[in-house]
Design a protein around this ligand. Structure first.
Ligand code: XMP
Length: 476
């Protein structure tokens, strides 16, 4: 053995999803009774363990709203201006709150025509009329239709407004609106100051999504991606987003860690860090930072990644997750681990849990859904959506994301590609499919929840699982 190189002999085997299977264990409950609730960060619990990637072909407000309604969470991408990202986050927060706080208002001296334009542009059907902070009336689309556009709002508005106080319950609000045949209920303080608005439509929508992920004010939960080097953006987003992800391809970097330290200190929000790939990376990062809300693990294994091809560096997602679990065990810490990159289906998700992940982040799976931002394209008789790496030339052309990747001095190398993924319908359907598969997988392993999956055993797969023949159906 003397002539063999030690480094090569000692090389770790970095298994990934297709290399291993979970061995069946003694099942004690039926899959339908298996709990798939988990933790996203130290303080945010999820109803389903799914997170959508901060990528511009995956997560904007529509995706984040759809996922949060099912108990998951979306991370708004950062390949845009601060205003655009902030607007996307706020759209999620406004989507179906009980008391809307960011209400669009009008003054009594404006014209009905101006009010009508504001309503059309913002897709709303009522405007509270506020003067010096106090509610003086409400103007609805019915009032707009019944009045000349040149009339002043004051002439057209309803002055005797039915209002509620901040401590109103959902049932009281519904009863008030029903008995008065109104759809908008302004909320005021005891001195008449305007505090917010309750709408009938929002209450009905909320009722449809009983398991939605909500903050303490009843608004949907959303996370947002930030650059480690843009403290101002992080500070601005931290007022609205529930958690921030410091979004870089290689977090284990002194400058990135130092910059993140500042973000943690100055935003006071939960900060998720990543991407990381090794035990040493996690140990160095976690011990240098005051508080880490979660770890995003996996480098170069995503469906659109070519980092490993271009640089021969990376850390397959499953291996990266196991490295994080080892590091956290050594630290005696229970920071949640997010498995990120290359997850194709519920089987991959189950494997990630066996190695210590608490949730999974998916790009490609959600890029194919109706609610992703990319347009649907038809090729012959099938529909597709575009999915692209944030290190691809097309994504980098927007410039906002360039600092996700290290500056290599000369011409920046591409670390991602653009692909077409089959259109797979709505997020709701994708979540149902993943939940069904995941419950079955946990059942086979003999576990009753995600945490217990850590006790499952695995085996190395040597024979490809697929069968010969052309698959006619179920071609996902
Ligand atoms: P999936 O397979 O779910 O992977 O589409 C999504 C994850 O891939 C990462 N990502 C990239 N990795 N080059 C990379 O090496 C890229 O251009 C790129 N863009 C995204 C990211 O972690 C994402 O969540």
């Amino acid at each position: 053995m003397g002539s063999y190189n030690k480094k090569m002999l000692d090389a770790a085997v970095a298994f990934n999803f297709d290399d291993l299977i979970v061995l069946p264990g003694l099942a004690q409950v039926e899959p339908k009774d298996i709990s798939i609730g988990t933790r996203f960060t130290k303080n945010i619990a999820l109803g389903v363990p799914f997170v959508s990637s901060p990528m511009d072909t995956v997560t904007e407000s529509a995706m984040a709203i759809a996922l949060a309604r099912r108990g998951g969470v979306g991370v708004i991408h950062r390949n845009c201006s601060l205003e655009e990202e902030l607007n996307m986050v706020r759209a999620v927060k406004r989507a179906e709150s009980f008391i809307i706080r960011n209400v669009i208002l009008i003054s009594r001296n404006s014209t009905v025509g101006e009010a009508s334009t504001i309503m059309l542009e913002n897709h709303i059907s009522g405007l509270p009329v506020v003067e010096a902070g106090k509610l003086v009336g409400i103007l609805t689309s019915r009032d707009v239709r019944a009045n000349d556009p040149v009339n002043r709002v004051e002439q057209a508005m309803t002055k005797d407004v039915i209002t509620a106080h901040e401590d109103v319950t959902e049932t009281e609000a519904i009863n008030l609106m029903r008995s008065n045949r109104i759809e908008k209920l302004p909320v005021v303080g005891s001195d008449g100051t305007f505090r917010g608005l309750i709408t009938y439509k929002d209450i009905i929508t909320r009722g449809k999504y009983q398991h939605a992920l909500r903050d303490k004010d009843g608004r949907l939960v959303v996370a947002a991606a930030v650059s480690p080097f843009d403290l101002e953006r992080a500070k601005a987003l931290s007022k609205d987003a529930d958690a921030l992800i410091v979004d870089v391809a290689h977090f284990h970097n002194s400058a990135v860690i130092a910059a993140t330290k500042k973000i943690i200190k100055e935003t006071g929000r939960e900060i998720i860090i990543g991407n990381l790939g090794t035990k040493k990376g996690v140990l160095d990062s976690v011990s240098a930072l005051d508080s880490v809300a979660a770890l995003r693990m996996g480098i170069g294994s995503g469906s659109i990644c070519i980092t490993t091809e271009v640089t021969r560096a990376g850390s397959p997602t499953l291996f990266a997750v196991s490295q994080a679990a080892d590091a956290l065990e050594e630290l005696g810490s229970d920071i949640p681990i997010i498995a990120d990159g290359g997850i194709k289906n519920s089987g991959d998700i189950a494997l990630a849990f066996v190695f210590g992940a608490s949730s999974v982040m998916m790009g490609q799976v959600f890029a194919g859904c109706e609610e992703s931002p990319s347009p649907k394209t038809r090729i012959e008789d099938k529909y597709y959506k575009v999915h692209r790496g944030m290190g691809s030339a097309a994504a980098r052309a927007k410039r906002a994301i360039v600092d996700r990747y290290a500056d290599s001095g000369g011409k920046n190398i591409e670390e991602g590609i653009e692909i077409l993924v089959p259109f797979r319908g709505r997020v709701d359907d994708a979540v149902d499919e993943l939940v069904g598969g995941l419950r079955a997988a946990i059942g086979y392993a003999g576990a009753t929840d995600i945490r217990e999956m850590r006790n499952a055993s695995v085996a190395l797969v040597r024979t490809p699982a697929h069968k010969d023949g052309i698959r006619l159906k179920g071609n996902k």
